[in-house]
Ligand binder design. Structure first.
Ligand code: FAD
Length: 389
């Protein structure tokens, strides 16, 4: 019987010392004041080129990030694989501003594909598409401005870079996830990703697009993507998330005077998310599903759908995923039951990973003084260990 309540399984990879460190961290994070001042201080420190690593590295970075390099992540991969939990190494740089930065991101991401190819406990590669073109070009696309000839060429280079990553993934037999970010760039990214699915997903899903289900139009887009896959004879790779940029999207819509692209409330996002899972499980012959969520209901719901449709727990077309350092109660309990589970393990230099870390702290800040979800689970497990139960 699947239960997310079992903290013994959830924290089986954590020593008492690890738990104590995590408890301290989530206690700090749960303070609104601390998170807000920390956020501004770290942004200021980044802009002023002040060192932030000394404060961040041994604390929050260590909890949520695998390391600065692939090699540094590997001992962490080895720890979780003992519990049947796999890892996806995610080179987490955001907002590349020069061609040099793009080339270096390309090189590092290609390395993650080669690394995954030789490690059975790294089942996917992943990248953020916005790392592969200039921020200036993306900004123009976002603002709906006309691109100059050289910018058009750069947009074309983006297409080629994404295709190169997908081709390398295909050649090495490593499925590759393409993250989703701002609504404004997504049409262009969808078009490039769909073309790559058509090219590389003829025998199975290698290229996966991401559907942010907080967007009102995504169920329709998913259905169209499925119809296209059927019509053109390829497999659809579908990664689902609710979406991480709600406030930013709402603010942009208000500012730009266009309709809010996000569902009006959490319930409608939840309904759309679960409907997408159902849609895909019912069409599992054509779709591979990557369920990226910390939501217990959506994780359990997929297990129920799988059972209903006679899909084996370890069917390679069905994956569950949570972020490294979060929701181990879901990951480790699912893995213990025999489901396919992989943690997103970000890596990269401290400065580059800061925006990612700021998002994680914001997510874990307590709402009106309640003990956060993570902290509550850590305290429960500490209590259990103390009582020797
Ligand atoms: C493995 C993995 C990969 C991820 N990759 C991406 C990615 O590529 N792109 C990306 O954008 N995010 C990504 N995320 C983050 C994700 O989008 C969510 O922000 C995060 O996981 C929280 O949502 P949840 O489903 O886990 O949990 P929940 O706590 O159930 O849901 C919280 C989410 O619900 C939505 N929501 C909350 N309040 C409202 C409201 N009032 N109205 C409408 N919607 C609301 C928001 O999307 C919010 O993030 C990823 C997460 C995981 C676990």
């Amino acid at each position: 019987m699947l239960s997310f309540e079992n903290t013994e399984i959830a924290f089986s990879s954590k020593s008492d010392k690890d738990l104590k460190r995590a408890q301290f961290l989530f206690k700090m994070i749960s303070s609104n004041l601390l998170v807000n001042s920390g956020k501004y201080l770290s942004r200021f420190a980044m802009k002023a080129h002040l060192p932030v690593a000394w404060a961040v590295k041994p604390t929050i970075y260590r909890h949520f990030v695998g390391g600065e390099t692939i090699e540094e992540c590997m001992p962490n991969v080895r720890v979780i694989e003992k519990h049947n939990v796999k890892a996806i190494l995610d080179y987490s740089i955001e907002g590349t501003e020069t061609l040099e930065e793009i080339n270096s991101a390309m090189e590092e991401t290609l390395k993650t594909v080669f690394n995954a190819a030789k490690d059975e406990n790294i089942p996917f590669a992943v990248f953020k598409p916005t790392a592969f073109t200039l921020e200036t070009v993306l900004e123009k696309v976002r603002a709906g401005e006309k691109l100059s000839e050289s910018e058009k060429m750069e947009a074309n280079n983006f297409r080629q870079r994404v295709t190169k990553l997908c081709q390398t993934a295909f050649d090495n037999g490593v499925p590759i996830l393409i993250d989703a970010e701002d609504v404004a760039y997504q049409n262009f990214i969808d078009e490039v990703v769909d073309a790559n699915m058509e090219k590389f997903n003829k025998e199975k899903a290698i290229v996966f697009n991401t559907y942010q289900m907080y967007r009102v139009d995504r169920l329709e887009v998913l259905e169209k993507a499925y119809n296209r896959a059927v019509e053109k004879g390829y497999y659809l790779g579908a990664k689902f998330v609710r979406g991480a940029y709600m406030e930013k999207e709402r603010a942009r819509a208000a500012e730009g005077g266009y309709a809010d692209p996000i569902h009006p409330d959490k319930d409608s996002t939840d309904r759309a998310y679960n409907a997408a899972l159902k849609f895909c499980i019912e069409r599992i012959d054509r779709i591979s599903i990557f369920n990226g969520t910390h939501n217990e209901y959506s994780s359990r719901y997929m297990t129920e759908l799988m059972a209903e449709h006679g899909i084996k727990k370890d069917d390679k077309r069905c994956w569950f995923s949570q972020l490294y350092g979060m929701s181990d109660h879901i990951s480790f309990n699912l893995a213990n039951e025999g489901y396919n589970v992989a943690k997103y393990m970000p890596f990269g230099p401290v400065r580059s990973v800061l925006p990612y870390l700021i998002r994680r702290t914001e997510e874990n800040t307590s709402i009106s003084g309640q003990t956060g979800r993570e902290l509550g689970l850590i305290l429960k497990e500490m209590e259990r260990r103390k009582n020797g139960k």
